[in-house]
Unconditional design. Sequence first.
Length: 430
Amino acid sequence: MTVQSQHPETIVLHAGYRSDSATAAVAVPIYQTTSYEFKDTQHASNLFALRELGNIYTRIMNPTCDALEQRVTALEGGAAALAVGSGQAASTFAILNLCSAGDNFVTSTDLYGGTWNLFANTLKQFGVDARFVDPSDPEAFRRATDAKTRCYYAETLPNPKLNVFPIKEVADIGRQLGIPLIMDNTAAPVLCRPLQHGAAVVVYSTTKYIGGHGTSVGGLVVDGGNFDWEAHGERFPLLTTPDPSYHGAVWTEAVKPLGPIAYILRMRVTLLRDVGAAMSPFNAFMFIQGLETLPLRMRAHCENATKAAQYLSRHPKVTRVIHPSLQDGVMRHRADTYLRGGYGALLGFELKDGLDAGRKFIDQLKMFYHVANIGDARSLAIHPATTTHSQLTVEDQLASGVSPGYVRLSIGIEHIDDILADLDQALAGI
């Protein structure tokens, strides 16, 4: 970055890319290409052997994606990043980069419904066991750990439970045992930098706040470069023993001339190469556009959400409002510790008349969009029990924070008077 800064407002505009070397274009170009010409046979051989890094094929890397990766890496304070096709792909790669059949990982129960289903069912088909624990007690992670545990996983601001995760407490336990903490920071970009609190890896659904426009699906994995894989080599054979899929490369050894990027390099040249969940260059371009205004939008999101939470907490038809700004005790302490500059844009609430009232409220909204997404600049609403978390059992829904009458709002950046007016008229109609 030509301008050295620790401020996110500057980083999102200037990190990594300055201008195109061939044309001097200031905007990042969309490199809509499948492949790249090699200088000669030796150059091609060097690239495939990882003797030098460079572009080979867009399934593995692309210059537009690279610009996005560099910028988010700088924003998070990490070592390197990998752009992938969706947030679900990011979560899947983050786990499978460390876990093989017979291994396990420990995960918070406070998860987005799609992630819960991925962990509880789909990864089980790969022979990888997800052990769910209640994060209100950080020691639960230690108790669930054994010799085959490869990582911990959690969401910073869990969707929809909205109890901020104890990042440092669990990261410290993991580092004592030689286990990295992977944090999904999708709902709290800019507000939280998990790597500063001891996390080893950060994942994002860029579909959400990083984009903000609701036009593109994507994901990112950021390698913090702060975990010593070799010191606990017996736990991480995928990184510390010869990889038969890449002519016997030992990733912790192969990257030593390049920096502490064994985790993310293996993910790129094995998982991304073989599974092919690549982010398109066009989507990467769109996420760069969103990223440039992310700090400004997060301030507006958070301010509006706090005001909306206060309004709902006073409404006679609402029995409970779930938002970090209204918490107290340990939960409020965690929110104040890990969220800086706002309490997030997600809020949930429960209505007195339960399921039917929740459905009626959704149907009465006029400005809010009824969609299965969060993080748009526009305000969104959904009834999780019948949509995003409908694949879960009733017991698992409750464990993840979803009751029959729970409504989730993703508060946008419209004028607060218009947001409150729509909430007011919808509540009046039930």
